[in-house]
Structure formats: structure tokens, C-alpha cells
Design a protein around this ligand. Structure first.
Ligand SMILES: [Zn+2]
Ligand SMILES: [Zn+2]
Ligand SMILES: [Zn+2]
Length: 83
């Protein structure tokens, strides 16, 4: 089961399911650490490289994946809840 947040967009992203603010976005606003590659390059585009997770702004797992509680485009009415 995945506990990934579903981000509303960029910038100003929030999770469509639980409503939490995107920690990476706050990270970028404060010090950009979240966009630094594991190799140390800012916004590195080398395939296979990954961003180094910021210690200050961690993305916690989504507490209610698929809940759509904060989804303005697909309100929870009639939503199919996957188990
Ligand atoms: Zn950060
Ligand atoms: Zn890199
Ligand atoms: Zn979430």
C-alpha cells in the first residue's frame, strides 16, 4: 500500500488527500536544500541521480492516501476508495 501524498501542483502545493503542505516546497523557499542532488549539484539533471533529502523538511508519509479530502477538482462525493 502506498502512502504517497498527491500534490496539487507547483508552486503552492498541498496534498489532495490529507491537506499537508509540501515540505519540499517550504524547503525550497527557505534554503533550497531540497533541490540539491546527492552529488552536490543544485537541480542536477543527470539521469539516475536523486535529490538529497533535506533533514529539516522531511516529507512524512501520507496519513490518508486516496482520501481526497482536500481535492477541489475531485470531491470525495462518489469517489471510489481503493483498499
Ligand atoms: Zn530544507
Ligand atoms: Zn547529480
Ligand atoms: Zn497526504
Amino acid at each position: 500500500m502506498s502512502a504517497e501524498h498527491r500534490w496539487s501542483g507547483w508552486p503552492g502545493a498541498w496534498c489532495l488527500d490529507c491537506g499537508v503542505e509540501d515540505a519540499l516546497e517550504r524547503c525550497v523557499a527557505e534554503h533550497n536544500d531540497g533541490l540539491i542532488c546527492e552529488c552536490g549539484v543544485f537541480m542536477c539533471e543527470v539521469p539516475g541521480h536523486r535529490l538529497k533529502p533535506c533533514e529539516t523538511h522531511r516529507r512524512e508519509p501520507c496519513p490518508s492516501p486516496g482520501a481526497r479530502l482536500f481535492d477541489p477538482y475531485n470531491p470525495v462525493v462518489g469517489a471510489k476508495v481503493s483498499t
